[in-house]
Design a protein around this ligand. Sequence first.
Ligand code: ZN
Length: 577
Amino acid sequence: MTLNGDLFSVTGRVACVTGASSGLGRRAADVLATAGAKVVGIARRQDALEEWQAGVGNNGAYVTGDIADQANLPDLVAKISEPFGSPDILVHAAGLNMREAADDVTAEGWDATLAINLSAPFFLSQAFVPAMKSQRWGRIVNFASLQSSRAFPGGIAYGATKGGIAQLTRAMAQAWSEQGITANALGPGFFPTELTAPVFDDKDRAARNAAQTCIGRNGVPEDLDGPLLFLCSEASRYVTGADPDGRRGVHSKMKALVYTGPETLEMRDAPDPTAGAGEVLVAIDSVGICGSDMHAYLGHDDRRPAPLILGHEAAGTIVGGARDGVRVTINPLVTNPTSAESRAGRENLDPSRQIISMPPREGAFAQYVTMPERNLVEVPDGVSFSQAALAEPLAVSWHAVRLGLEALHPSMEQRAVVLGGGAIGVAAYLALQGMGVKDVILIEPNPTRRDYLTNQLSMDARAETNEMAPLIVDAVGYSVTRATASALAAPGGVIVHIGLGEDAGGLDIRRMTLQEITFIGTYTYTNQDFRDCAQAMWDGRLGPLNWIEERPLRDGARAFAQIKAGEVLPPKIILKP
Ligand SMILES: [Zn+2]
């Protein structure tokens, strides 16, 4: 075959570029002139136009004028046609963004924005279309925007015109393309221009914008050259009304509660997660605040550096794919199913394990997360999402209690003491009872919390005990609770340790040695434990699952502060995105 060498050529064409004095308009005028077109640049600022024209020489001419001035349009049209004849390429790059908040928009600002961004592209095109029709060749390029389909703060008038441009482009294509005139839009994305200077001056905001792009950076003016030459040349002759969706290459955004530094959480826009191979997208309905989220929030967890979306106790609905709409609770621990540990049914010990809310996986204080499908457990009707979100903390304790009971000598009494009346302690108490250990005491020193456990949850909660027990569950993990556990474990008994409150101290190694007390550290759960625990929840074996308080995700920062201040009674706060 042979390829038409002139496919992308604009040599000999006459182009008219509005907004040619700066930004992407100037870039477009430069590119077309350099590529061989005769270009008439239009803007209001003569000095800037002169400077541009000096740069492109004989291929450029300029007209100063106000394209928003309808009364003057015939005069402007005549001037544009003067230097090189009627243009066969129109690039509508002039734009106005007043950045007025919706409540502050004035009639003047609104009208000026519409006149430049929407009316001018139409009426200028309408004026030159007859000449294009007679030669059966024309190219119209409109400038769309991210705001053609997304709302930004302070962009209501600008956004309305850019939404209008999207439809105007399709309507132009419908009206004129049979006569050889194509109309398309360019939706550049985030480019540094005078118009976007307020955005690019804010380095954080510019970086956030870059992070939302598939390519991973904001645009530079020369990124426009190729698409522009394509749309202005013979190459695009069968492309018209092209979807000017400004989101091209930019992820849509979700709301997330982001940990941004010690004791600071902010609602932010975050890139929508995209499901990888074997993964599905889950729309989060309910997500619990965990002790480990608190730990990270206080700045005490090196594994969770800011900025990060925390939260790993989540339930929601599958979005898309074969199981679209299925209600699920999430096992947040992502492991390699082929590892030796996984094949032995001990996925939680897989060295490649990841958990959402710890890099590289974002957490669930957000509208969406992605998860491997094997991590999702279907929630039956009759169980609420808030209740289903308790599966994770319950599974932690279920796993711990299972290991403890397996280690307990069969000759010993099935009796247990749980230290700590937080969510993990409550869950351990329920798991023990669910596994048939009826004689359980819960130790909780805080009297208000203890009253809640006694009166609301009918638990045997006490300030302290001197009575030894064969099985001790430390659901706190401080040196003081480890000291208590070492003292309370009956000879030959078992201590199960769940919390990560303090790294060292407390264990009475001498007594544990002389009395042959087993110490078991536990972390998360196996896949089987998670599913067994969820089934026990659905069957009602873990009680009414009513030890929760629901709050909107946007109030999450306040919930964290109140938990820190000890002002929250129910063991679990569930946030609703
Ligand atoms: Zn947790």
